[in-house]
Design a protein. Structure first.
Length: 469
């Protein structure tokens, strides 16, 4: 796959320092805060995303061989849907949220005022380079902020079109695009921001957090992990198989919330595996390299890393690889055990290990012994008791019951990790909150006094005791 005409033009250290300083000055003017300004910038972004949709799809094809349908579903269409929801709801999100005023603090009223945080740094990964750049940006603009954007060096075509969109739509003191790799990001991280929003691996997440600590900058970390998919003995196998295949092999498995591995109940294991094989064949054909609906691995390094996880002795279906085009067939490994290499870290590719269990307790123990807290947990079961038990017992960033991935597509619920899979959440109103400071405001009346807390205190402590019980 060609990556020509999309060379990185690294920003110089001085350019980076100047851009961040200009954003601080611009933010202080208050220009980004009004409802009209926020709305106008979101509308401008919407127009740009519509105008450049074909170019973004071409770039996604070039970088990841993404099928156009997937590009629209999970990148451009996703961002446009995000924009429409935000534009529709922005006015109500910005309104003060009223809270109860305790007896001690009466007479008066209390509310939350949402203030923008200020200058934000948004760092995006390679796997959904358009959506994971624009979704946080939409939330940042909606909340009245400025933003500096840094995309991944692994997707140069997407970086080039993102740069074009940002530069044509915004002045750099409002939204700026910084080009570069680790050295440029390191310079960026030395600057003072009011918030860093990072999407990427737990390893780099930890670098980001360490850099942020120097300036006491709050971070939102959207990271990864090994997300389990549990198929219980009462699951509807056909439904489970359809949804697992779709969730795992979208973007050739390079999805942070892809089911990393399946744990299937021993009693239905063989039926499940047979249907899984059938489904992969009917979806991508005998030779998935000919399918128009299957993406490729982003880089040679990732191709080597993922290929090395395939144990030929355990391949149920797939296993074919082709280095030149970075193709790895949709692959299922059977009879996998926890000590297999494929279970050591997040797979982030089209390889699906299947393990078996008899008691749910074995599932909990396995999830617990793996290195990362899962970003997502998927449960296939018809029993409300089993569903609830798994939701309660497995600590994961998010979950789907009888589905894969789609919790991340619903803008009405928060999306984020827990523990090593991340901190903070966004999407919809939660995204607006993520880029806002929730200022608690108490407004007292002036038409009367409440002298309870004034000296001289005398024996007011007895009244205080009643109020504070
Ligand atoms: P990555 O951590 O390698 O890179 C992410 C970003 O960090 C890129 O822009 C990269 O240029 C930058 N970066 C890399 N090394 C750096 C360093 N030393 N200092 C500063 N910046 C550096 O992640 P990736 O490979 O692009 O993406 C895959 C990972 O991201 C997976 O772990 C996946 O689960 C995770 N992810 C999480 C989400 C989510 O929403 N939680 C979404 C997508 C991907």
């Amino acid at each position: 796959m060609s990556k020509k005409n999309t060379a990185v033009i690294p920003s110089s250290e001085q350019e980076i320092i100047d851009i961040v300083a200009k954003q601080h000055d611009y933010f202080k003017t208050g220009a980004t805060k009004s409802y009209q300004q926020r709305r106008e910038s979101l509308l401008k972004l919407k127009a740009a995303l519509i105008k450049y949709e074909p170019e973004m799809h071409t770039a996604l094809k070039q970088d990841l061989h993404k099928p156009e349908f997937e590009s629209y579903l999970s990148e451009t269409g996703f961002s446009l849907h995000d924009l429409s929801t935000t534009l529709k709801k922005l006015k109500s999100w910005m309104k003060p949220k009223w809270r109860f005023t305790s007896l001690l603090t009466q007479p008066g009223s209390s509310h939350i005022h949402y203030s923008p945080l200020g200058v934000n740094l948004i760092i995006a990964p390679y796997n959904y380079p358009i959506m994971l750049t624009f979704s946080p940006l939409i939330a940042a603009l909606a909340a009245g902020n400025t933003a500096v954007i840094k995309t991944s060096e692994l997707t140069p075509a997407c970086s080039a079109i993102t740069r074009k969109i940002i530069n044509e739509t915004f002045v750099p003191e409002y939204v700026a695009y910084i080009e570069g790799e680790v050295p440029e990001t390191t310079v960026l991280l030395e600057q003072k921001f009011e918030h860093i929003f990072f999407t990427g691996s737990p390893r780099v997440g930890s670098i980001i957090m360490r850099a942020a600590a120097k300036n006491l900058t709050p971070v939102t970390l959207e990271l990864g992990g090994k997300s389990p998919c549990i198929v219980h003995d009462d699951a509807k196998i056909d439904i489970a198989v359809n949804r697992i295949v779709s969730g795992k092999f979208l973007n050739a498995g390079q999805t942070c919330v892809a089911p990393d591995y399946v744990m299937v109940h021993k009693s239905i294991k063989e039926a499940f595996l047979a249907k899984l094989k059938q489904r992969i064949m009917s979806t991508y054909g005998e030779d998935a390299s000919l399918s128009p609906d299957f993406a490729r691995i982003v880089s040679d390094n990732h191709f080597q890393r993922i290929s090395s996880l395939i144990d030929p002795a355990k391949v149920l279906v797939g296993g074919q690889t082709e280095a030149e085009s970075r193709f790895i067939a949709p692959t299922v490994l059977r009879d996998v055990v926890t000590t297999d290499k494929v279970m050591a870290d997040e797979i982030f590719g089209p390889v699906l290990p299947v393990l078996e269990y008899e008691q749910l307790e074995e599932v909990y123990q396995l999830v617990d012994q793996l290195p990362h807290h899962p970003l997502a947990c998927y449960i296939f079961s018809e029993s409300a008791t089993v569903q609830q038990e798994i939701i309660n017992k497995i600590q994961a960033g998010g979950a789907c019951i009888n589905q894969c991935l789609l919790h991340a597509a619903n803008h009405h619920i928060p999306f984020g990790g827990v523990g090593e899979s991340g901190m903070g959440a966004y999407h919809g109103f939660d995204g607006f909150e993520c880029f806002s400071h929730k200022k608690g405001v108490l407004k007292s009346v002036t038409w009367m006094e409440n002298p309870l807390t004034y000296a001289p205190y005398g024996n007011k402590i007895n009244i205080l005791r009643k109020f504070m019980k």
